[in-house]
Design a protein around this ligand. Structure first.
Ligand SMILES: Cc1cc2nc3c(=O)[nH]c(=O)nc-3n(C[C@H](O)[C@H](O)[C@H](O)COP(=O)(O)O)c2cc1C
Length: 323
């Protein structure tokens, strides 16, 4: 069970906050981000010792405040919990004084494309004429402005920002039309010279899936409802470069294609785990190929939906070279 850890300032708005839970794994934190209004509502309920709920702006999550326990829920599923007393003390203590923002970081509710670029769908001229911050300016200033904007569930930036790996899949079968879309997504990926230096193995065989578990350092979740193995095929890359370069291209081709499939899976409300820890020889024997596998993508409906993991600060990731 995840343990409620702390409340800290938001990366974006000095009036919002981040509620952080520590996961089972060491590197695993679950963070729920509240905007100003959500935090105010939470504080109001807690201050008055009421029970109630705070609906979050993504329209799928809410915080339920009960007398004994506070729960963060995603689409009617229990996700994270904290004893009400501890949670109340920490939140009310935090709310006593104003806070400054932390630095910019991507997260489900912070990293919206519309925050950085011209909002072409905006009907309001005053709004769209406002100077917009570029992503770079936002990173450097640490204080980007978010523009209110309807985000569709399939908005690409929402897909990026809400994806979370899953290592426990529900038994539910993945629909064929979804499988087709995931495979087609791999096919739309860019490849070096458009030579498509990769092959995708769609592993339906139960026996082969079980064998892949063994070939992937006995990671049990490799036996997932949908298993795709991305292999490099440098012989397809008909370019006049040294073989090491062609090998590198085919590794990149296979990796980018797997990434496209992973994002497509998430857009289809599935979840996935990328497996890089594989014994290449064993995987080759299972697939009956001499092509080198680069990754296994295991996909299915998650047993439990979780919020995305946090990352290092964006400004620490981006290294800007200027004249
Ligand atoms: C190149 C690569 C190799 C990975 N190999 C494994 C693996 O063998 N086993 C595993 O459980 N997760 C593996 N992962 C998944 C990462 O642990 C996971 O993406 C990371 O913890 C970030 O979590 P997130 O995907 O939920 O954001 C791998 C991911 C990548 C990109």
């Amino acid at each position: 069970m995840n343990k409620f850890s702390k409340i800290e300032p938001s990366y974006f708005s000095k009036d919002g906050c981040r509620l952080v839970w520590i996961g089972i794994d060491e590197d695993d934190t679950d963070t729920v981000i509240l905007n100003k209004e959500e935090l105010e509502r939470l504080v109001e309920i807690l201050k008055n010792n009421h029970v109630g709920n705070v609906e979050l702006e993504d329209n799928v999550s809410e915080i339920l405040i009960n007398s004994d326990v506070v729960q963060f829920r995603l689409k009617d599923r229990d996700q994270l919990e904290a004893p009400s007393n501890d949670f109340r003390d920490k939140v009310l203590e935090y709310a006593k004084i104003p806070h400054d923002t932390l630095s910019v970081q991507t997260s489900s509710k912070e990293f919206y494309a519309s925050g950085w670029s011209t909002d072409q769908t905006s009907k309001s001229p005053e709004k769209s004429n406002k100077p917009k911050m570029s992503l770079l300016q936002a990173i450097l200033s640490g204080n980007p402005k978010k523009i209110d904007h309807e985000i569709s569930p399939s908005d690409l930036f929402r897909i990026f920002a809400t994806r979370r790996s899953t290592r426990k899949f529900a038994k539910t079968k993945v629909e064929d039309w979804k499988i087709e879309k995931i495979l087609a997504a791999a096919d739309t990926a860019p490849t070096a010279g458009n030579f498509q230096g990769l092959e995708v193995f769609y592993v339906k065989s139960k026996k082969a899936k079980e064998a892949l578990v063994e070939a992937a350092n006995r990671q049990p979740f490799v036996n997932a409802p949908l298993v795709l193995v991305f292999c490099m095929n440098p012989s397809r890359v008909k370019m006049n470069f040294p073989s090491e370069m062609l090998a590198k291209f085919s590794l990149q081709d296979a990796t980018v294609a797997a990434t496209y499939s992973q994002l497509a899976a998430h857009a289809l409300e599935l979840s996935s785990i990328w497996i890089g820890m594989i014994d290449e020889k064993k995987v080759q024997a299972i697939l009956g190929t001499e092509l080198r596998p680069s990754s296994i993508l295991c996909i299915g409906y998650p047993d439990m939906r979780k919020p995305p993991k946090s990352r290092r600060k964006l400004k620490d990731l981006i290294h800007v070279l200027e004249d």
